[in-house]
Design a protein around this ligand. Structure first.
Ligand SMILES: *Cc1c(COP(=O)(O)O)cnc(C)c1O
Length: 375
């Protein structure tokens, strides 16, 4: 068994985790196979219950992906054509795609250069009479500035959604993210901290009426017995994925603690490198490091240097959303509107980090980075 086929140290790898949990996962899969029930049955119900409990909310609605979780949550709160929804210029495309699916317009705000998350003052500056909601993204595993965003949204009568795709298990002022605002949207895509063996998503929330709409929307608008209350979607979660998630949820805190330990080791070993800025953690926030993202000038050169030394790394994200052809805002002045997001896109580099990495792997990465930066 070779864990790392292409690189000395990969940026991310699930092989070791799958080997460690192999028997447990296979037994969960067998149970589903023997039940003969494959879509939204006992495992999904149990998974919704466990995740609602973990996040500290009354309701959880499973769906097919994190993108669907965002889309359905926006539909459930009534976002439609003509509305504007504000989100970060520096996030995965899915956050803005979900807004566009509803017919609303994504309006991008700049970021806080220290955490890569939404800048509250930039959000405030983008609010218009058409604004209906804000989607805060807990990017890389660091909670967004929720208290200020909540105040701002309350003041202007806006909904506040959380894109929790990269931050399952992170805490904000002692509370799990996903239960803080109007709805938390989760992804169980394999690269996330709580990962299915395929796609999966969930919405966590406190509101029973929105929950009822979400349950309809994910299953063809059906309220049961082929009574179609609204035009819905096929966005159901498979029993197999729910069974896998139930196994992995038990290990999540342990894995997130291990990520934090490895991140602290990086922080310490990278401190002497003056050209490297390590990720900042705000007081009251517990970061779960879905990515350990540093800033470094001449980022592309550094990345090549690492690759030459057998160290894989990733760039999330090389281009901000307002400059992507899909979201191009014509006539807008990027330099002026998104100075911090643009700098982040030019300098960010995610180093290898996953719970199964050894301490020695971290030492090797930092040694290679010191080597490259000295050149
Ligand atoms: C992964 C991700 C999504 C989308 O989740 P999928 O399950 O892949 O659809 C949305 N937002 C962010 C920030 C993500 O990282």
């Amino acid at each position: 068994m070779t864990f790392f086929k292409h690189y000395g140290i990969p940026a991310f790898n699930l092989d070791r985790q799958s080997w460690q949990l192999r028997e447990e996962i296979i037994s969960a899969i067998k149970q589903v196979l023997d039940s003969g029930r494959f879509v939204m049955d006992a495992q999904v119900i149990a998974c919704e219950k466990e995740i609602a409990r973990y996040v500290g909310v009354d309701y959880a609605v499973a769906c097919a992906s994190g993108t669907d979780a965002l889309h359905l949550a926006l539909k459930a709160i009534g976002i439609h054509v003509g509305d504007e929804v504000i989100t970060s210029a520096f996030t995965f495309a899915a956050t803005a795609e979900a807004i566009a699916y509803t017919g609303a317009t994504p309006v991008f705000a700049d970021i806080d250069p220290e955490t890569f998350n939404l800048s509250c003052s930039s959000v405030a500056a983008r609010i218009s009479s058409k604004s209906k909601a804000v989607i805060a993204v807990h990017l890389f595993g660091h909670p967004a500035e929720m208290a200020t965003l909540q105040m701002l949204c309350r003041e202007h009568g806006l909904f506040l959604l959380e894109d929790c795709a990269q931050a399952f298990g992170a805490l904000y002022q002692g509370k799990p993210i996903g239960g803080i605002a109007d709805a938390g949207c989760h992804s169980f895509y394999p690269s996330k901290n709580l990962a299915a063996c395929g796609d999966g998503g969930m919405i966590t929330l406190h509101d029973p009426d929105h929950t009822e709409i979400l349950r309809c929307l994910r299953n063809h608008g059906d309220i049961g017995y082929c009574h179609h209350r609204m035009i819905g979607y096929n966005s159901r979660l498979d029993e197999l994925q729910a069974a896998v998630l139930l196994v992995k949820l038990k290990y999540l805190n342990e894995w997130n603690n291990r990520r934090r330990y490895l991140a602290a080791r990086y922080d310490q070993l990278l401190a002497p490198l003056s050209s490297v800025t390590v990720p900042r953690v705000r007081p009251g926030c517990e970061h779960i490091y879905n990515q350990y993202t540093i800033r470094v000038p001449q980022r592309d050169k550094v990345r090549t240097g690492l690759a030459e030394r057998g160290i894989d790394s990733r760039i999330y994200y090389p281009r901000i959303l307002p400059e992507q052809p899909a979201f191009l805002v014509r006539g807008s002045d990027f330099r002026q509107l998104y100075p911090h997001a643009l700098t982040a896109a030019a300098e960010c580099l995610s180093l290898p980090l996953f719970p199964e990495m050894s301490d020695h792997d971290v030492d090797k990465v930092t040694q290679a980075l010191a080597d490259v930066c000295a050149k």
